[in-house]
Write a protein that binds this ligand. Structure first.
Ligand code: SF4
Length: 268
């Protein structure tokens, strides 16, 4: 453990039980089990960019000054979880339907206060139908546990895309655009109190901002529901990033503390 970490950080990260194995993205791709990355610019939704708002200054009224994402109007999608799941399972709106084993709809609990959004299904997710499996998923579970959250009970987990891009290639812009209404409808149905976007491309899918995670995680963002309700959005690195960059784990701990603070602020 790096000596510049505080004692509290070192205890927390030790509790994450990362294990000794750290697989690079390139190695994982060679092994055929990497998480795909999205590099294309998705459809841009309305975003108001302002100065970064430090977490310690966040208050309910101040949240409105931060980046705001307006939910797209979705009129033809099912208003129920079962109906939407069936629509996703039957979807042939983009080429990814031809190569998927199955769609990956969600993980965790529908009534959770925290919504976590990842990128696109990888090979293991395509096989199991569950988001965030494998090493990155195990790390996410441990990270949530470090701030007292049970992944299966306290979070709802979604991917930006519901079908795996073949050979873990990057999704095309039209694939992102085709799948986005499902994601927005899922958010509307979930009505979370806080959203965590993990990874640059999940942030791109929701915020429409093609900026480094290092920049986005320092800013404050919001999601605006169709009825006008606004909730905070936190951007952080994908857990797979920490598997590749051990030296960056202090940022993960800082983001966990932000997440915990946002949840406490958002809950009565
Ligand atoms: S990725 Fe989304 S839009 Fe494309 S086929 Fe799958 S569910 Fe439909």
């Amino acid at each position: 453990m790096n000596s510049h970490f505080s004692d509290e950080q070192q205890r927390a990260w030790a509790a994450l039980d990362l294990g000794p194995l750290y697989v690079s993205r390139e190695q994982a791709a060679e092994q055929g089990n990497d998480q795909p990355a999205l590099s294309s610019q998705p459809e841009v939704v309305s975003v108001v960019s302002e100065e970064s708002v430090p977490l310690q200054k966040l208050a309910r009224t101040e949240l409105i000054k931060a980046n705001v994402v307006q939910a797209n109007a979705v009129t033809q999608l099912s208003p129920t979880w079962d109906g939407l799941r069936e629509q996703v399972a039957q979807c042939k709106s983009c080429n990814l339907c031809e190569s998927r084993k199955q769609t990956v709809f969600s993980g965790g609990a529908f009534g959770a206060n925290l919504l976590i959004i990842g990128e696109a299904p990888g090979e293991e997710e395509d096989r199991t139908g569950e988001p965030f499996v494998g090493q990155a998923g195990q790390l996410l579970t441990s990270m949530l546990k470090a701030i007292g959250l049970d992944r299966q009970v306290d979070t709802l987990i979604l991917n930006s895309l519901k079908c795996r891009p073949p050979a873990n290639r990057n999704p095309a812009p039209e694939e992102m655009a085709a799948c986005k209404p499902f994601l927005i409808q899922q958010i509307e149905l979930a009505r979370p109190k806080v959203i965590l976007l993990t990874g640059k491309f999940a942030a791109m899918a929701i915020l429409g901002l093609e900026l480094p995670i290092g920049t986005l995680r320092e800013q404050s963002h919001q999601f605006k529901f169709a009825d006008g309700t606004i909730i905070p959005v936190l951007v952080s690195y994908h857990p797979a990033y920490y598997l590749r960059r051990l030296s960056e784990k202090s940022k993960g701990w800082a983001d966990l503390l932000k997440l915990r603070a946002l949840l406490r602020l958002a809950l009565p």
